[in-house]
Design a protein around this ligand. Sequence first.
Ligand code: MN
Length: 243
Amino acid sequence: MSSASDIAATKDLLVKANRILANEGVVDDFGHVSARSPEDPGRYFISCAISPARVTAADIYEYELDGMPIADLEGRRSYSERAIHGAIYEARPDVMAVCHHHSGAMVAFASSTVPLRPVFHLGAVLGHEVPVWDSHTEFGDTSLLVDDMDKARSLARALGPHSVALLRRHGAVVAGASVKQVVFSAIYSADNATAQARMIAMGGDISYLTTGEIDQAAALNLSPAGIDRSWPNRCARAGLKAD
Ligand code: MN
């Protein structure tokens, strides 16, 4: 494939990822998903500042990791929180896609002291630990938006080698090795949060996955057996053709 078709394919995946995550209620008016450039690891693609359900290929722009757009946006606005994406790509060479969102399921854990942990096999996408980053610790009172590289790099340090992090009083970030993986992990991490919150409300003892179960279930979930089953279904649910 030529690089032009690589980039077209990346934009097509990103459009689908935006539509799927909106359709599944992970993102709403806000939230965004990005992909590292297949051509230049120092750049990424993300929509300009519109809601994910409305994103088309024409809305996707390329940025340097520090948040500078490559092309003129011709008066359109960039997401102020695009810094999150650049800082995670900067810190994590293994990460090829990032999602940031404020789904209610994740916010419940982001703003409480209850640790978010896998409670069913598909929730193993959370991994062994979900770090919680509090902007107030380093930056004091803010609008809560992660709107500059200093804050975003602080968040990326908190994420460390993990796949999911919570932002206190704000939301979540999900990082992964591909756009499809990030969509899968964003959906099932939120499903896990919903299920775990219900279990807490029910009372009784929660049966969390063991360390070994997390490893084995995550490996299976994120293999083609998991992702290639999920992606065409999530496309269909969103009214999209998978390819
Ligand atoms: Mn946000």
